[in-house]
Design a protein around this ligand. Structure first.
Ligand code: AMP
Length: 185
């Protein structure tokens, strides 16, 4: 199963990814986590992306696409994966689609978590993950970037008939159950 978890910051992608990973036994690939690890470990990549993450802007498409395509070559992803935070622009989605096509592979579903904006802001400001981009000003910026750059990715996947819209409010378990019934093969 190859799943894209899609939605704005604060929609619960990371939380749901952890649950899907456990139940379906497939690895979770979060581009945001990779960048934060790189920054923490002061790698070359980390140095390049630190100020971008701090500003709430997006890392350049080519950097992200190269990173994801290289990562997905690893054996652990051969039985499927959950992508969280990627693709985040239509250009990334197009490149990714080309990569999959070349390998004769396809996505199983794009799960879109639907959460009202007021709830997103409340969730992000109340979470305590020590993220330097979880401040009020940065959250507004990230939501703006989401609306401008990322929201159109949903239409891209809708055209491919892959989108499952899931109500992303309620308990974590309720949301997870909605997801599992939507993605059951
Ligand atoms: P996230 O943990 O998914 O909220 O990502 C945190 C930050 O990492 C974002 O605000 C971006 O700066 C960067 N980032 C993560 N994934 C991507 C992506 N697919 N394309 C561009 N930037 C990304």
């Amino acid at each position: 199963m190859k799943i894209v978890l899609f939605g704005p910051p604060g929609a619960g992608k990371g939380t749901q990814a952890q649950k899907i990973k456990k139940v379906f036994q497939i690895p979770h690939l979060s581009t945001g986590d990779i960048f934060r690890d790189a920054i923490r470990n002061r790698t070359e990549l980390g140095k390049r992306v630190k100020s971008i993450l701090d500003s709430g802007e997006l890392v350049p498409d080519q950097t992200v696409v190269d990173l994801v395509s290289e990562e997905l070559e690893k054996e652990i992803y051969s039985n499927g994966y959950i992508l969280d935070g990627f693709p985040r622009t239509v250009a990334q989605a197009e490149s990714f689609q080309n990569i999959l096509n070349k390998k004769g592979e396809s996505l199983s579903a794009v799960v879109s978590l639907e959460v009202p904006e007021t709830e997103l802001i409340r969730r992000i400001l109340s979470r305590d993950e020590g993220r330097s981009d979880d401040t009020e000003e940065k959250v507004q910026k990230r939501l703006q970037v989401y609306r401008n750059e990322t929201e159109p990715v949903k239409a891209f996947y809708k055209n491919l008939g892959l989108v499952k819209e899931i109500k992303g409010t309620g308990t974590v378990q309720d949301i997870f159950e909605r997801i599992t019934s939507a993605i059951q093969p």
